[in-house]
Design a binder for this molecule. Sequence first.
Ligand code: KG4
Ligand code: ZN
Length: 393
Amino acid sequence: MKILAIETSCDETALSILEIEGDKQSPVFRILADETHSQIALHAEFGGVFPTLAKREHAKNIPVILEKVLKDAKLFESGETEFDTEKMNSILEREPELLATISSFLRNTKKPEIDHIVVTSGPGLEPTLWIGIMFARALSLAWNIRVTPVNHMEGHLLSVLIDSTQEEDKTINLTEIQFPVLGVLISGGHTEFVVIEKIGSYKKIGQTVDDAVGEAFDKVARILDLPYPGGPKISKLALEGKKNELVKLPRPMIATPDYNLSFSGLKTAVLYLSKKLQEQNLWNEETKQDIAREFEHACAEVLTSKAKKAIKEFDIQSLVIGGGVAANTHIRNEFSKLGIPLLLPKHKLATDNSIMIAIAGYFEISQGKESYLYGTEKTPDEIKANGNWSVDA
Ligand code: KG4
Ligand code: ZN
């Protein structure tokens, strides 16, 4: 089965084509093409993702990326494809530029050998999610291929199953994973603990009550005069930091009996600390390094202490960490000390990508989740963007 996966939930436009063979218990994945266009540089000057701008960029880049992945996968062939123009116009009526480019591309390209389209439909920024969904609808119409919506957070959880850098086929042997698994989702938009009984069965047991941990990294970075996105920059700065009695930070909610977390107070504590150090003329490169280190330690401590508790309560056998913050070396190291097998995404798959969407999509399809096709009772018009779609909904 060949799957085309589409991801536009935030500031990366990503498409990939994967070929999957073998049985459900040990499917073999081959990455035929994978392309991610990051808008980070564009949003850096706003200090965060600017949704309207992000949407426009996705719409501009997605047809170009499609052509690239089809060529990389050797599935591109000039020719003719006929489709219902009126329906195509209505699918993309709100995006006239995208309509013009993609219609002419599709009309002059032969239908590729792709069996299924999967698209992120939430959670994320709704305006940008809509670009991916409209694009999926357009391709589905032109090529008469089924579409399955995928949860972005399920993608992050399953991103640990594959290595994007491998040249060879990857067999995912599900029998090697010991369930129940504790999923720790740490990204710019989410911070959640999820108990995974098996692939496809998720139960959220706790989450942040305010900011996501990645968001806190980004906000603290701004206080430390570092550009967006702050996570990688803080990690780098923290490497130079040392223990400093003057830069102590709190461990919010570390002792609460639930699995919830809070990061907004931690960010405010950094802000007050920076003001205090400025007044004392102690605001310099060294104290900033020490703050970066202490902040990273505080985040790692609250996350791992809640994870430790969950491991006991839910008889957890292994850990999976997903989301952009999973790229943080200190946090990875602290989780690796918890004494049970730890599955981590390869660095490239820790941040947003479409390979993880293809993997999650494959499992949704193989477990018989509903898919959508024009001309049937359930058309892709039923797929909607859901900015708050919970992984266990
Ligand atoms: O999963 P992701 O790519 O996008 C969302 O779905 O949010 O995560 C992006 C977040 C940003 O907040 C970024 O600062 C953070 O992940 N991040 C890091 C690191 N690399 C990226 N945070 C801490 N340490 C890192 N090395
Ligand atoms: Zn993400």
